[in-house]
Every structure is written in C-alpha cells, then in structure tokens.
Design a protein around this ligand. Structure first.
Ligand SMILES: NC(=O)c1ccc[n+]([C@@H]2O[C@H](COP(=O)([O-])OP(=O)(O)OC[C@H]3O[C@@H](n4cnc5c(N)ncnc54)[C@H](OP(=O)(O)O)[C@@H]3O)[C@@H](O)[C@H]2O)c1
Ligand SMILES: O=P(O)(O)OC[C@H](O)CO
Length: 316
C-alpha cells in the first residue's frame, strides 16, 4: 500500500484493540502493545511513524516516560485517545505526551465512539485534532474507512476536553435513568451538562464551537444514552442502590468519569467555575449524598437566567 504507515498502538484494552483493527483494515502495519510484552522490541524493530496511546489515564504518565527512553524518528506523530485528567497536575493526556515529546506533533482522537459498536462494524465518526494540520491529516488517512468517518479539527484542547468532561455528565445521566426521572429531566440534565462543559472548556482555553461538534455534544449524546457506556453504568447502578466499589469491580474496563469528577472539582474550586451537576456527582461518588438528595439539591438551587453571557444587545 503506497500510504501504508507503521503504527504502534499502546494499550490492548477495548479501545486500543478496536483502533488497531481500524488502522489494519486500511493496510497499515499495526503493532498492538500490552504491558505484558516488552515495548523495546516493538519500538526498535518497527520504526513507528505513528504512536497511538489508548492507555487508561492512570497509566499514561508511566507509559510516556518508558517511551521516552527509546530513540524515535523526529517526525513520529503521537496520538492520544485517552479521555481523562491527571489528579493533582490536572493535565490532560495530550499535555503529558507533549511535555514528554516537545518536538513531536501530538494529535487528539476523540468522538462518539463506543468501542463495542465499532467492533461490530456499525458506522461511526470521530475527530482528530492538532495544532499541526499535516499531522492531523496523516492520522485522518490512517483511520478513515467506509465505516469510520474521521474529521480534522484545529482545537485539540476542546476536542480532548469534550471527550473527558462528558464522562461525568454520563454518570449523572445514568443516575437520571436509574431513578426513572423521565425524558424531560434527561434532556434538561444533558443540556445543562453541556453548559458546564463549555464553561470549564472556555476557562481552560478551548473554543466554544468545538463543544457543539462530534467530540462534545456528539460524544455527550452517545455516552449519556447508551448502556454500553461504563460511565453511564456507574450512575445507573448507583441509582439502583449499589455501592461504588461494587459497581467498579463489575465494570468491563475503565470508567474515567469517576476520577475526572474529582479532578474537575479541584479545577472548579481553583478557578471559581460553577459546575453544579459535577458537584452533585462528586458528592454522590464520595457517599455524601443519596441520588434523591442530589436531585433535590440541583432542583432547589437559586433561580437564575439560562445563559451566563447572553449578547448584551439581546438583553432586556
Ligand atoms: N472503550 C471505549 O469505547 C472508548 C472509546 C473512546 C475512548 N476510550 C478511552 O480510552 C481509554 C482506554 O479505555 P478502554 O476502554 O480501552 O479501557 P480498558 O479496556 O480498561 O483498557 C485500558 C488499557 O490501559 C492499560 N493500562 C491501564 N493502566 C495501566 C498502567 N498503569 N500502565 C500501563 N497500561 C495501563 C490497560 O492495560 P492492561 O490490559 O495490561 O491492564 C489496557 O490496555 C480510556 O481513557 C477511555 O476513556 C474508550
Ligand atoms: O464506556 P465509556 O463511558 O468510557 O464511553 C466510551 C466512549 O468514551 C464513548 O465515546
């Protein structure tokens, strides 16, 4: 294949395995790494043009520092598909990869991508975002197929935060469905959840419009409406009376929203960003409120205008 690339995928979990298949379908030479094998052989023998990380948030920093110890071609592109935030530093995965490899292009891949549906060959779309347009276009070619439509975007911060922040709202959506609160409540929750995502995103340097695209609203809708989502499952099962530890132990894979929620609360406190839904999810995960009390606390907040920054000329 003339455009075939050597692609190393780090993390043989649900998402890494699915992305490896998508890249292989297009004729790329794909090498999937799980931490049971030595990384050295894969990196040294295959001269990767693209290294994609689908590692859970908790492993990203360690894996990035292992990769740092190997010589790489200067044009090697890093792609991150992790949806999480690092505790304490509050770094996104792409910030960790960029700090470890300051001279390499870094691309964020994120969108409404429930891996089980993609693995069944159902149609799906995603976004690859980078400050480096050539790198984003290279990654677009590696993964695009008749079943996986890949768009480019110049706002990696917004694309990465969309995929990360929606996980907390998906926990809330699972609670909403688990309590059988109805379609009106779910619509209100998801819409106000998007408002919270935009508020945090703008504060962290994202472009607002990005949150109305596939990696923001798109992923929010997919994750808040699917029992395939691990984050949704956390909320749904908590609403049905299970303990958090019990739910996490029975989940197939990682629900990043649990840790993301804690990190978001740190960010919101430091920067005085109002995020009431996230705050109630945080208190619920910490065992400080029941789902019903969290609902009442949200409904009984002070009444206020719908938008924080409606254009002045449109105000009364
Ligand atoms: N599944 C999806 O539908 C989907 C879609 C889009 C994005 N994502 C995101 O992709 C990331 C991975 O999700 P997943 O569904 O693939 O989760 P998963 O099935 O639980 O797999 C997690 C992967 O991370 C690796 N890992 C975990 N801790 C590690 C550590 N300390 N050091 C090295 N490797 C470590 C695991 O390795 P071991 O197997 O050796 O434990 C495994 O390969 C998450 O951030 C998730 O939000 C998932
Ligand atoms: O299973 P979840 O909740 O991690 O969601 C998977 C993907 O992020 C959906 O786009």
């Amino acid at each position: 294949m003339p455009n075939s690339k050597s692609v190393v995928i780090l993390g043989a979990g649900a998402w890494g395995t699915t992305l490896a298949k998508l890249a292989a379908i297009n004729g790329n030479q794909v090498h999937l790494w799980s931490r049971q094998e030595p990384l050295e052989k894969i990196l040294e023998n295959n001269n990767p043009q693209i290294i994609l990380s689908a590692i859970s948030m908790k492993g990203v920093r360690d894996v990035a520092s292992i990769v740092q110890s190997f010589p790489l071609a200067p044009q090697t592109i890093f792609v991150t598909a992790t949806k999480g935030l690092e505790p304490h530093t509050t770094y996104t995965p792409s910030q960790i990869w960029q700090a470890a490899f300051p001279n390499h292009p870094v691309v964020v891949l994120s969108g409404p991508n429930l891996s089980q549906e993609i693995a069944q060959d159902l149609p799906s779309a995603t976004v690859v975002a980078s400050k480096n347009a050539n790198a984003a276009q290279s990654v677009q070619l590696v993964f695009s197929s008749h079943r996986f439509r890949v768009y480019t975007n110049p706002d990696p911060v917004g694309v990465e935060l969309g995929g990360t922040l929606k996980n907390v709202i998906a926990i809330a959506a699972g609670i909403c469905d688990g309590l059988h609160l109805g379609t009106n409540a779910k619509a209100a929750l998801v819409t106000r959840g998007l408002t919270e995502m935009v508020r945090i995103g703008k504060n962290l340097g994202a472009i607002t419009e990005t949150f109305y695209g596939l990696s923001g609203l798109g992923d929010l809708l997919a994750t808040c409406n699917s029992p395939l989502s691990r984050n949704y499952q956390v909320g749904y099962q908590l609403a049905n009376g299970k303990m958090l530890e019990e739910v996490l132990a029975s989940l197939p894979g990682t629900a990043e929203g649990v840790n993301t929620c804690r990190v978001l609360m740190e960010i919101a406190k430091q920067r005085s960003i109002p995020i009431p839904i996230t705050e109630q999810v945080y208190q619920l995960l910490a065992g400080q409120v029941t789902p019903r009390v969290a609902l009442d606390k949200l409904m009984l907040r002070n009444i206020k205008p719908e938008f924080d920054d409606f254009p002045r000329e449109q105000m009364w």
